[in-house]
Each structure stands twice: as C-alpha cells, then as structure tokens.
Design a protein around this ligand. Structure first.
Ligand code: ADP
Ligand code: 5GP
Length: 212
C-alpha cells in the first residue's frame, strides 16, 4: 500500500555494552537494513576490512571530506577522527531503507539536530553494571589490557549522555534486549512521518466514501 521513508537508527553505548552484537542481530532479522560504514583515521585492527568495517582514511582525506560537506556528522573519539559519509545514507533512505549507525553521543546529537532529525530513532544501551561491562570487554578478547583500561575510563563520559536519546535499554539479557529493539523499530516505522503514502491512501478512502 504505502511506501516507507527510511529511518536513521542510531545505536550508542559505552564500548562493550553490546552495540555490534545487537546491530548484527537486527540485520539478521531484516536484511534490508543498511549499515553506515564510517570513515576513520584510526588504523585498522587485525581482522577489520577496509570498506566493510570502516573506510580507513588519512587525516588529510578526512578533513577534506568534512570541508566538502560530505560528512553527515563527525567527531573526535579516543584520539582519532570518525565520521559518517552522507552519500550512502541519503541514497538508502530515499529508497525507503533504514540505515543503522554505530556512533558516539556527539554524532547522535549532530544527526538528531539536523534536518534528518525527524527521521531519526536514537537508542542508548546501558550495561547492567560496570563490573559486567569490564567482563564483556575482557571476554571479547579484542583489546589488550591498556586499551581496555582506556575504554573503561571513557565509558562514563559516554554513559553520561544517556538522557539525549529517544530510548534507553539496559542490555542485561541479550535475547530480551533484541526483542525490545525490534519492537521499538517496528513501532517507529509506523510513525506518521515515516509513511509518506498515507495522505494519498486517505484521499482514496475519502473518494470511496463519497462514492457510496
Ligand atoms: P560494543 O559493540 O558495544 O563495543 P559488543 O557487541 O562487541 O559491544 O559486545 C561486547 C561483548 O559482550 C561481546 O563479546 C558480546 O558477545 C558480549 N555481549 C553483548 N551483549 C551481551 C549480553 N546481553 N550478555 C552477555 N554478553 C553480551
Ligand atoms: P572503535 O574505534 O572501537 O571502532 O570505535 C570507537 C567509538 O567511535 C565507538 O563509540 C563508536 O560508536 C564511535 N564511532 C564509530 N564510528 C563513528 C562515526 O562515524 N561517528 C561518530 N561520531 N562516532 C563513531
């Protein structure tokens, strides 16, 4: 019946709270969701692929993209630059596809305050406890002790911005959080602003009504 307008879905949390895991589960649930691949000046970690996990770029190239207005948002995180390229996002939402962003609070704020704000759904994930956050970072086995300590130190800075988000989920039980996330997305897709075809549909109903 009605075509849909794409949503910008923002997932933020302190590192280790479960963003990537839940983002993967959402995409397994709906293969039409597009991941926004950020550009970053940080070096690739072992196992990361350029163009898939991030676009790994030089600082000069990053600044050039910002100056050209090619970034939807950008921020300085953990001593490196990160940003979301605008083109692929616009293309996807114009085609009625949702775009999922794994970005920090600074990026979330910039997108929510932009002209695309009314098509944005922002969700913040909190860990059940700080001890569990540390346990998850350690069990992920991705970082050395120094990096984990740095991430833990930064986690309060990220958590302190929880109040700026549309929804906040405590990611205790993974399956339960996944279900809540899907419910939020299903409901938000039904916002009036996400259904541009509704006006025509109601006009059609009116015409039918007047015919009878
Ligand atoms: P982030 O992307 O926010 O840094 P990850 O998705 O990489 O976090 O999750 C960090 C670790 O915690 C991973 O090993 C993941 O499997 C685990 N994890 C995520 N959510 C839960 C949960 N609800 N319960 C237990 N472990 C979890
Ligand atoms: P990492 O280096 O561990 O992949 O990411 C570090 C932090 O940067 C995470 O909190 C992640 O959400 C954030 N981040 C990743 N890409 C972007 C981006 O494009 N914009 C912003 N604002 N933050 C990002």
């Amino acid at each position: 019946m009605t075509q849909r307008r794409g949503l910008l879905i923002i997932l933020s949390s302190p590192s280790g709270a479960g963003k990537s895991t839940l983002a993967r589960r959402l995409r397994d649930w709906d293969r039409d969701i597009v991941f926004s691949v950020s550009a970053t000046t940080r070096p690739a970690r072992p196992g990361e692929t350029d163009g898939k996990d991030y676009h790994f770029v030089s600082e000069a190239d990053f600044k050039q993209m910002v100056a050209a207005g090619d970034m939807l948002e950008h921020a300085h995180v953990f001593g490196n630059f990160y940003g979301s390229p605008r083109g692929p996002v616009q293309e996807a939402i114009d085609a009625g596809r949702d775009v999922l962003f794994d970005i920090d609070w600074q990026g979330a704020q910039q997108i929510s305050n932009s002209v695309l704000g009314q098509h944005t759904l922002s969700i913040f994930l909190l860990p059940p406890s700080i001890a569990e956050l540390r346990r998850r970072l350690e069990s992920r086995g991705q970082d050395d002790a120094a990096t984990i300590a740095k991430r833990m130190q930064k986690s309060w800075d990220e958590i302190s911005h929880w109040g700026g988000y549309d929804f906040v989920l405590v990611n205790d039980d993974l399956d339960a959080t996944e279900e809540k996330l899907k419910s939020i997305l299903t409901a938000t897709r039904l916002r009036r602003s996400q259904q541009p075809g509704l006006t025509d549909h109601v006009r059609k109903l009116q015409a039918e009504f007047e015919e009878t």
